[in-house]
Ligand binder design. Structure first.
Ligand code: 4GX
Length: 232
């Protein structure tokens, strides 16, 4: 599941250039017995299967050896919801071990003793933790210096100051009868800055009003928002 992502993407290139390092291990390789099974029926009965602690324990130990100060993160719908602040936090770690569970979950004893953190990428149910792990890898890696390259900084991106981005335009100036806002062609940098900020605030108010409570708002932003309330 990881190979397409790592062969095509920006993170794959960063891995090739040694800016980040990705080490994939398969829990099944640590399974024992003729069937190499990694799951078993839940004690107490019920539907579904549970990941056996043994293979997972041995898999974790195999990376523990070259561990340094590393964080063991488990992907599950029961974790705290992953967001940009968490991505920044994780970007300071030396090494992150992302544990991808399948089936209905893992034996609770692994959770208790091995996991530093449990993260969910959103309130929906996936068939396994792999997509969640890729989401975390992606969002965290792009914050590592050198991964994005180019001069466009993370600081411009959505969520960096807790607001959604302003609308963007590129050439041509008229497309299917629809024009680029004149202010963007005016060359007046102060007017453009203010327009962008107002659009950002409007968009956030309209689509994600919840973000306004935690956004880093300047006095200018507060004045703009007050104006928007009176004259939406
Ligand atoms: N964000 N899943 C994990 C197996 C599982 C179930 C319960 C532990 C406890 C998910 C998510 C997610 C599906 C990954 C169930 N493991 N992962 N898997 N939402 O839905 O990250």
């Amino acid at each position: 599941m990881f190979s397409g992502y790592l062969q095509q993407g920006i993170v794959g290139r960063a891995a090739k250039n040694g800016i980040v390092r990705v080490n994939l291990i398969n829990i099944r390789d640590f399974a024992k017995g003729r069937h190499k099974s990694t799951d078993d029926r839940p004690y107490g009965g019920g539907d579904g299967m549970v990941m056996k602690p043994g293979p997972l324990y041995r898999a974790l130990q195999s990376v523990e050896k070259n561990r340094g100060q590393s964080l063991v993160i488990f992907l599950s719908p029961q974790g705290e919801v992953f967001d940009q602040a968490t991505a920044w936090e994780l970007s300071n770690s030396d090494q992150i071990i992302l544990v991808c569970g399948r089936y209905e979950g893992v034996d609770e004893r692994i959770r208790e003793h091995w996991l530093d953190r449990e993260l969910s990428i959103g309130d929906y149910v996936l068939t396994g933790g792999e997509l969640g792990a890729m989401v975390v890898m992606d969002a965290v890696s792009r914050l590592v210096p050198g991964v994005l390259g180019g001069k466009r900084s993370n600081a411009e991106d959505s969520f960096q100051d807790g607001l959604l981005e302003n609308p963007q335009y590129t050439r041509p100036p008229v497309f299917q009868g629809s024009e680029v806002p004149a202010v963007l062609l005016s060359g007046d940098h102060e007017k453009i800055r203010l327009w962008r900020r107002v659009e950002s605030l409007k968009r956030t108010r309209d689509r994600r009003p919840d973000l306004l409570r935690t956004a880093e708002l300047t006095q200018e932003d507060e004045i703009v928002l007050a104006g928007l309330r009176e004259n939406p």
